[in-house]
Every structure is written in structure tokens, then in C-alpha cells.
Design a protein around this ligand. Structure first.
Ligand code: NDP
Ligand code: OXD
Length: 308
């Protein structure tokens, strides 16, 4: 039995070393050196081309190298075996680091000071208390909850929006469609950390922007498909939204003539908000692979009907 690795964005050698250090006998194969197709019983993948996972008669599970499985679920040829998404402490930590950095960047007015520097202006403002800044997290899952807790640890007024009811003493959670407006209405910073599903595609649109207070700032670290690009541009240009930091895009990279590249109030990062370190993430993958071998239930199995 063998584990097939396929990704153009991850370091196969690092993953191989990390997996073998935990399970020296593991038969770790790297695409395109597949060997006998019958041997492959699990695949560890990021963004395989449509059809790449077909033709493995003994494939029993697919392990995603990403937390988001929207790309995999779009592939109509994806074999009907359990699909497990990435849940990993290094992925969670790097995402929370990024969200904290992005929120503080806005809250501490780093962009304004950069503009002042280039204009030769020395003009400081005494920073406000973080408790006076309401930050809203859309999606309170593995990543959203940790980011929310990290922001709370810095004193921000953190609110969150999710599907199921959740209760925390220090985070106000709003729920579903009826909770969306009250969730948005007082936010200074909105952070999208939702999975991309049929229910959340295009959710960051003009209706959401209109419900945010004037001057609000958007951070999207989830998927480009959540955002209606033209609605964001219109809201920024009309002076309603104050700015945005985008890490993810419908097309990555966006076309060079996309207005995002040059917009003065948009900051872009190239889908780097979080990443998993193979030396840490391999623990969860190998543990799940060993469960598969023992015939035990797998962890982090995606509900395909729900889309996450
Ligand atoms: P989870 O599946 O753990 O959490 C998803 C959260 O979103 C849950 O709280 C869920 O609610 C909520 N949610 C889902 N659908 C809806 C809906 N229709 N309305 C309201 N809330 C909803 O995901 P993760 O936290 O692990 O990951 C989130 C996303 O982050 C990934 O799907 C991926 O797209 C993105 N990501 C981006 C990265 C980057 O580098 N930019 C890196 C890693 C991930 P409930 O709790 O009720 O189920
Ligand atoms: C992920 C990602 O989903 O890196 O893990 O985008």
C-alpha cells in the first residue's frame, strides 16, 4: 500500500522526509513516479488537475494539503472516497499571525504613516485602545476561532459569524442570515475566513459592504470567490469602505490589468496568509494514513454536501 503525493506548490522532498521520519516503512510516491497504480491507497494532494486521481482502483482516501477543499470539490471526476482536509497547528498559527498582523497594520495606521513619510510629514496620533476597535470574523472554524482568540488576547472587541450556534464569554457570535446585519453593523475591520461553498460564493458583495460602517476595512484570507471584485472597487471608489487587504483572488495571480494591482487603498499578498510546515503537518497526515490502514474512522472528513 502506498501514499501518492501530488502538488506543484509544496516541497515533495520535505514532505517525504517528514512522513518517513514518523513512519519509516511508508511507501511514499511522488507524482509522476506513480509505480503500480494498484498500490496507491491514499493521495496527499493540492490542486491536482481534473482527472488526475482517477484510475487508481484501490484508492481509499484523499488527503488535502489545504484546509479549503473548494478546488477539489469542483472536480466532477474526484473519486468518491473520504476526502480529509488539512487541520494542522502550523497552518492555524501562521494564519492567526497573519490576521493579527493585518489587523494591527490597519489599527496602528501603518499605511498612513508610510504616506506621511513619503510626503515628509511628521504627524503622530495617540493610538486608541484595542477594546474600542470591533473586528468581525466570518467563519468560526479551525482557523477563524484561533484568529478570534488571538485578537481577543490583544484586547480587540471580537465578534464572529457562523452557521451553528456557539457561545463564548468574550466573543459575540452571530448566526446565519438573520445574524449577518447585526454582526456587520458596528465593525471597523471585517475578516473573511469562510470556506468557499455554494452558500458563501460572492458573499462579500455590495449588500455586505453597505451594512458595514463607513470607513470599514476588509481583510480576505479565505478565497477569491467570496469577493465580488467590482462591488469592492465601487465601494472603495465611493468612499464607503476605507481599504482592503486581499490575500486570495478568483484568478491567482490576477490579470495584470486588474485594478486591484494599482488601487491606492488595496494591499495584496500572494496567497501566503498561512502555510503548513511539513515537519508538523505530517503528524496529522501520517496518523490519518495509519487509521486508514487499520480500518479506523478518519479525521477531518469533509461533508461533501455541505462543501466544507
Ligand atoms: P472550517 O471548516 O474549520 O470552518 C469553517 C467555518 O465557516 C465554520 O465556523 C462554519 O460554521 C463557517 N461557515 C461555513 N459556511 C457558512 C455559512 N454559509 N454561513 C456562515 N458560516 C459558515 O474551515 P477553516 O477554518 O479550517 O478554513 C477556512 C478557510 O480558510 C478555508 O476553507 C480556506 O478557504 C481558507 N484558507 C486560506 C488560506 C490562505 O493562505 N489564504 C490558508 C488556509 C485556509 P459552523 O461552525 O457553523 O460549521
Ligand atoms: C488552504 C490554503 O486552503 O492554503 O489551506 O489556501
Amino acid at each position: 500500500m502506498a501514499l501518492l503525493f501530488k502538488s506543484d506548490s509544496d516541497n515533495a522532498d520535505r514532505w517525504r522526509r517528514a512522513c518517513l521520519s514518523l513512519s519509516p516503512d511508508l511507501d511514499f510516491r511522488v507524482w509522476p513516479e506513480i509505480g503500480r497504480r494498484e498500490d496507491i491507497e491514499a493521495a496527499l494532494v493540492w490542486a491536482p488537475e481534473s482527472g488526475a486521481l482517477t484510475g487508481f482502483p484501490n484508492l481509499k482516501a484523499i488527503f488535502s494539503l489545504g484546509a479549503g477543499v473548494d478546488g477539489l470539490l469542483q472536480d466532477r471526476t474526484l473519486p468518491d472516497v473520504p476526502l480529509c482536509r488539512m487541520v494542522d497547528p502550523s497552518l492555524t498559527k501562521t494564519m492567526s499571525d497573519f490576521v493579527l498582523m493585518a489587523v494591527l497594520h490597519r489599527f496602528r495606521e501603518v499605511d498612513r504613516y508610510a504616506r506621511d513619510q513619503h510626503a515628509g510629514r511628521w504627524q503622530f496620533a495617540i493610538p486608541r485602545d484595542t477594546a474600542d476597535c470591533a473586528v468581525g470574523i466570518m467563519g468560526l472554524g479551525e482557523l477563524g476561532l484561533d484568529a478570534a482568540r488571538t485578537l481577543r488576547s490583544r484586547g480587540f472587541d471580537v465578534r464572529a459569524w457562523a452557521r451553528s450556534p456557539r457561545a463564548f464569554s468574550d466573543i459575540r457570535v452571530f448566526q446565519d442570515a438573520e445574524g449577518l446585519e447585526p454582526f456587520l453593523s458596528e465593525l471597523e475591520i471585517l475578516v473573511c475566513m469562510l470556506p468557499l461553498t455554494s452558500a458563501t460564493r460572492g458573499i462579500l458583495d455590495k449588500r455586505v459592504f453597505e451594512k458595514l460602517p463607513k470607513g470599514a476595512y476588509l481583510i480576505n484570507v479565505a478565497r477569491g470567490g467570496h469577493l465580488v471584485d467590482d462591488d469592492l472597487l465601487a465601494s472603495l471608489d465611493a468612499g464607503h469602505l476605507g481599504g482592503a487587504l486581499l490575500d486570495v483572488f478568483e484568478t491567482e495571480p490576477p490579470d495584470l490589468d486588474h485594478r486591484f494591482w494599482r488601487h491606492p487603498r488595496i494591499s495584496m499578498t500572494p496567497h501566503v496568509a498561512s502555510y503548513c510546515l511539513p515537519e508538523i503537518a505530517a503528524r496529522g497526515v501520517v496518523a490519518n494514513y495509519e487509521r486508514l490502514i487499520r480500518g479506523e474512522p478518519l479525521e477531518h472528513v469533509v461533508d461533501r454536501a455541505r462543501g466544507y
